[in-house]
Write a protein that binds this ligand. Structure first.
Ligand SMILES: Nc1ncnc2c1ncn2[C@@H]1O[C@H](COP(=O)(O)OP(=O)(O)OP(=O)(O)O)[C@@H](O)[C@H]1O
Ligand SMILES: [Mg+2]
Length: 473
């Protein structure tokens, strides 16, 4: 790991950086050309079973089943499904048991939302957790980043909600405001054809507005723990009928920062509540909470290896003062569709964003010290492809799902393996390919070694040339 060992990895003038292909925004526009008749044969399959009944019965059944066929075809044919995603996907999401969403006997309106979101069949974690969650059992589920944990809990949550009952029936807790917004959006999209009221509530927004909103019906509440606890304590957020509590990024929610709020919040729930815990990382610290609050939880662990198959990980050994230069080189050499660049402090995020802009590259930045309105705007605009690069703190390390991100750069190397894993998992979403490059200084060398050991992964030194095929398909 010598600083000069990447000799062929030369720095280039920023002007040489080219805008390659359509921007994420343009791609998204293209994807919005919906096609109405996706895989009609798939729908037909189930209705074509042979019958051994008498001819008269057979005729009646045929007439009946044609009517059923017709009605089932009607709703499916009328769906506005996006174009199928034909990009290469890894086994992390393709190694399924072959279930279909219809196998779970979900409400038709929910199935419509699922298919219109472009989900053709459940991912491995969805196959494991949806049927179990529907039985009412507590779940502790571990699955890799980007493999569909959100829908794995949102689908059973939406299925179980009684839309005629005016009460909060599900609470989904997440550690950051941006993730709360993203998750509530997923609930709204999946539940588009249901009459379920979804509310999102986080710190940094008007408490008064939330109180007013709670006077209207809310079935599903998504938010950060502090704000929900606040509303529950004030008696405006009534959780006595909330029979399902979801903790996404559960290990983060059990860190000292959040755990006291979670413990208090649980006391507002009825005794018969179901708790679902999801994350890609479950350090041993979660055990105590699990033993105290979960009842015979069904444990799912889809992480026999820890890193995503589609992400290639490299490090570049640099001195601190070479980092910006090195980033400049990466920008000029890599085929970045969109990138997320992580720094270890708010200050460094701002300084780096300034430097990147001075170098002539487009870049946004986001961190927790910014006003929430501003944060929301950056998140929204970056997601819509308004900018190619985003510099951030660990605020964006967990759960953030932006399909167009194919490159993650650790400008500062993280201190622990959970953070490393989640950061790297911002690219390569849903089994797609991605690239993670970490800038590593002499001081980071032990952390690099430890993280490699803990994750059982080899992070290789960056080669002079990186084949686009490994992160651009
Ligand atoms: N069954 C499915 N078919 C197609 N795409 C899916 C399916 N399920 C989820 N996705 C897509 O996969 C992406 C990643 O999903 P999600 O954000 O739920 O992953 P995650 O497991 O929660 O990851 P993380 O650990 O990083 O939070 C999303 O863009 C989502 O729309
Ligand atoms: Mg997630």
């Amino acid at each position: 790991m010598h600083p000069n060992s990447n000799q062929n990895f030369q720095y280039r003038n920023p002007q040489q950086y080219m805008q390659r292909g359509p921007t994420p925004y343009q791609q998204q526009q293209q994807q919005q050309h919906f096609q109405n008749q996706l895989t009609q044969q798939q729908w037909l399959r189930r209705n074509q079973l042979p019958s051994t009944d008498s001819p008269v019965e057979e005729v009646e059944k045929t007439v009946q089943s044609e009517a059923v066929d017709q009605s089932s075809q009607d709703w499916k044919a009328g769906l506005k499904t996006p174009l199928p995603d034909t990009r290469y996907k890894t086994e992390d999401v393709t190694a399924t048991k072959g279930n279909e969403f219809e196998d779970y006997f979900l409400k038709r309106e929910l199935l419509m939302g699922i298919y219109e979101k472009g989900f053709e069949r459940p991912s491995p974690i969805q196959e494991e957790s949806i049927p179990i969650a529907l039985t009412g059992s507590d779940i502790l589920a571990r699955a890799k980043n980007g493999t569909g944990k959100t829908a794995a809990f949102c689908i059973p949550a939406l299925e179980k909600i009684d839309q005629d009952k005016n009460a909060i029936q599900v609470v989904i807790l997440v550690p950051t405001r941006e993730l709360a917004l993203q998750t509530s959006q997923v609930c709204k999209e999946l539940g588009k054809h249901l009459k379920i009221e979804v509310m999102v509530t986080t710190g940094g927004t008007s408490l008064k507005d939330d109180i007013m909103r709670l006077y209207q019906p809310v079935h599903l509440l998504v938010g950060t723990p502090g704000r929900i606890l606040d509303l529950a304590k004030k008696g405006v957020c009534i959780l006595k009928d909330c029979s399902m509590l979801v903790m996404d990024e559960a290990d983060k929610l059990l860190s000292p920062e959040f755990q006291p709020s979670i413990e208090q919040l649980i006391h507002f729930l009825p005794a018969n509540r179901q708790i679902l815990m999801f994350s890609a990382t479950f350090p041993v610290t979660v055990k105590d909470f699990r033993d105290r609050h979960l009842r015979k939880p069904y444990v799912i662990n889809l992480m026999d290896e820890l890193t995503l198959k589609g992400i290639t990980q490299f490090y570049a050994f640099v001195e601190e003062r070479q980092k910006v230069h090195c980033l400049n080189t990466l920008f000029s050499k890599l085929q970045i569709n969109q990138s997320i660049i992580f720094c270890n402090s708010v200050n460094r995020v701002e300084l780096l964003a300034k430097k990147i802009t001075e170098l002539g590259f487009s870049c946004f930045y986001i961190h927790a010290k910014m006003l929430q309105d501003h944060r929301n705007r950056v998140f929204h605009d970056f997601r819509n492809g308004a900018c190619r690069n985003l510099v951030c703190t660990d605020l964006f390390t967990r759960g953030i799902d932006i399909q167009a991100v194919n490159v993650v750069i650790n400008f500062d190397f993280p201190k622990n393996s959970e953070t490393y894993l989640h950061r790297v998992g911002r690219s390569g979403r849903f089994g797609h390919l991605g690239l993670a490059v970490s800038l590593v200084t002499y001081e980071d060398r032990f952390n690099l070694y430890r993280i490699e050991q803990e994750l059982g992964t080899e992070i290789k030194q960056i080669p002079p040339h990186i084949d686009q095929a490994i992160y651009c398909q």
